[in-house]
Design a protein around this ligand. Structure first.
Ligand code: RB5
Length: 144
């Protein structure tokens, strides 16, 4: 079970990030908040790159990023060679990206899912383990 979580969002994901931070703190996770710290317009790579680097350096077990579509933060984080950032919009996908892809960053589309659903996806992502086996073979072929 992961205990240390890196959490970040741009302005579009700010409100959801705040809710996720409170949700995780209430469940005794250790959370580092990489910002944004307000709803003021900002550039998602300024959050996603430092967070991805922290996860890659294993300063945290897993990461969670939120932006409007989830795609900006996912595309950015996936530029880091050891990052597998996965865009998720339902609970089944949030489980499968852990089970099959060993995703280490969950990317959420704040403008397309409810806050309640976002929290449910976070819970599923954090409690689901990688299955290994044939999926391990495939994950080992990802980096180029
Ligand atoms: C911000 O308007 C929006 O472009 C951003 O949150 C994200 O959706 C980009 O991929």
């Amino acid at each position: 079970m992961p205990t240390s979580i890196a959490l970040g969002a741009d302005h579009a994901g700010f409100t959801y990030k705040e809710a996720i931070r409170e949700h995780l703190a209430a469940r005794n996770f250790s959370v580092e908040d990489f910002g944004a710290y307000s709803k003021d317009s900002m550039d998602y790579p300024d959050i996603a790159h430092p967070l991805a680097e922290a996860v890659q350096q294993q300063r945290h077990d897993l990461g969670i990023l939120v932006c409007g579509t989830g795609n900006g933060v996912a595309i950015t984080a996936n530029k880091h060679s050891q990052i597998r950032a996965a865009l998720c919009w339902n609970q089944e996908i949030a489980a499968l990206v852990r089970q099959h892809n060993d995703a280490n960053i969950l990317c959420l589309p704040a403008r397309f899912i409810s806050e309640e659903e976002a929290l449910a996806l976070v819970d599923v992502f954090l409690k689901t383990d990688f299955e290994g086996g044939r999926h391990g073979r495939r994950v080992n072929k990802i980096t180029c």
